[in-house]
Design a binder for this molecule. Structure first.
Ligand code: SF4
Ligand code: SF4
Length: 149
């Protein structure tokens, strides 16, 4: 394929993408809205099945996306120059995959052309989470999962 015919995520760096292209990279999995632990020594990240209380459990999207830090002050804002923090994102996340020089998966909506494919492939958190306002902080550790890495 002629290089200029390749899709934008294959021919542009993260920094070169327009805002619309950048936003379209999000597959809508909701995984980044899960609480997680970071091992201080190794830097390893452990995800839990406890999601932010604001996450829409059906669509796995944020109803307050544009002003989300008003609701959750430490909610992530992913930027192209995020560097080492990309490992806070799940290994399936498009931003992390591209940052690491990897390809998007076939189930990514940009490839499948279907926003539901992230759910159909079992990648999204739909139907698999607890809300953080229902879980006591000292119980979080018991909610570590292995289906998100
Ligand atoms: S993990 Fe990545 S792809 Fe999934 S919802 Fe979060 S930002 Fe989007
Ligand atoms: S505020 Fe929205 S984007 Fe941030 S963690 Fe909660 S649901 Fe996710």
């Amino acid at each position: 394929m002629d290089a200029s015919n390749r899709p934008f995520w294959e021919r542009k760096s993260l920094e070169e993408m327009s805002e619309r292209e950048w936003e379209s990279l999000c597959d809508g999995c909701g995984r980044c809205c899960l609480h997680k632990f970071e091992d201080d020594t190794s830097g390893d990240i452990y995800f839990t099945d406890v999601a932010c209380q604001y996450l829409d459990e059906e669509t796995c999207s944020c109803p307050h996306y544009d002003d989300r830090q008003k609701y959750v002050p430490d909610c992530l804002s992913i930027t192209p120059n995020w560097e080492e923090k990309f490992n806070w994102l799940p290994s399936t996340c498009a931003y992390r995959l591209l940052y690491e020089g990897k390809s998007l998966y076939d189930w990514h909506p940009l490839i499948s052309g279907n926003k539901q494919s992230v759910h159909l492939a079992g990648i999204s958190v739909r139907g698999r989470t607890y809300r953080d306002n229902e879980i006591k902080e000292d119980q979080l550790f018991e909610h570590i999962i292995h289906w998100v890495e």
